[in-house]
Design a protein around this ligand. Structure first.
Ligand code: FPP
Length: 258
């Protein structure tokens, strides 16, 4: 597949942890349950089909110029789901990490898991540590999987480090935020935030990092999300005019004079 150029002069303005070639796509993978329901199948089958969609998406992301891909796998609020579904999801995550580790390493994909670790089982934590260590050198794609993740919780945890002190600089706050979610490379501004499955909401995902994200919603349920759907989203992103609160001429002049 040909590489789609999605460079934008606006994307990386004012962003110390981002370079001109970085393109961060975040995806809320929604619609697994309804996908299964529509087929008269248990929700677990929807999640299993969702894991296949993860495999496909990770494979196609670098060919579309994506350098960081953050997938919302399990929110802090997802613990409210029935116990059986939660256990099934945790099993799926571990299976994915264990079974894909060699392939991800071979394709140069660096894997990180962001979110809280303390409520995950020790065997899942072991698989996470293993895949993070094995894939650490990968440069083709940084795959970040958000597990037990809550943007609000992370913001509160980051802010509480400064409580009683002087207001932090943006850089200090971002460092603290990245520690709060175990993100090894610091925070990453989201360029394109995709949500599948027809809903149009943020659901506590990357609230700080999506300050200037372009939003893209599709009715396609996550298990059906294919390479072509990702390519369409990336093409839609390429037509967006990102101004970061400025106007086009000013923004150009400002950048040219830096
Ligand atoms: C939301 O859809 C999806 C989830 C809470 C789980 C996402 C998990 C996967 C895609 C499984 C594989 C993931 C990895 C990282 C290997 P939903 O079940 O809430 O869908 P619904 O709104 O239709 O009920």
């Amino acid at each position: 597949m040909t590489r789609t150029r999605v460079d934008s002069p606006w994307r990386d303005r004012d962003a110390p942890t981002r370079g001109p070639d970085l393109f961060h796509v975040a995806i809320t993978m929604d619609g697994n349950g309804r996908w299964a329901l529509a087929r008269g199948r248990p929700r677990e089958e929807g999640h299993a089909a969702g894991a296949e969609a993860v495999r496909r998406t990770v494979e196609s992301a670098p060919t579309l110029g994506i350098t960081t891909l953050t997938l919302y796998a399990f929110s802090a609020d997802n613990w409210r789901r029935p116990r059986g579904e939660v256990e099934n999801l945790m099993r799926l995550f571990q299976q994915y990490l264990d079974s894909e580790c060699a392939r991800l390493t071979g394709s140069g994909v660096r894997v990180s898991v962001i979110g809280r670790r303390d409520r995950l089982s020790s065997s899942l934590k072991g698989s996470i540590a293993h895949v993070e260590a094995r894939t650490h050198e990968g440069t083709a794609l940084h795959l970040r999987i958000a597990m037990d993740y809550s943007a609000r919780e992370a913001l509160v945890a980051a802010a509480s480090r400064f409580a009683g002190g002087i207001a932090p600089t943006r850089e200090a706050f971002e460092r603290s935020l990245s520690e709060a979610i175990h993100a090894p490379c610091g925070t990453r501004d989201v360029d394109l935030l995709i949500r599948t499955g027809g809903e149009r909401r943020l659901s506590d995902f990357l609230l700080w990092e999506s300050a200037y994200a372009e939003l893209y919603f599709t009715d396609v349920p996550w298990p059906d999300f294919a390479e072509a759907d990702l390519a369409i989203a990336v093409q839609a992103f390429a037509t967006r005019n990102r101004r970061y609160g400025g106007v086009l001429a000013n923004a150009l002049g400002e950048r040219a004079s830096q």
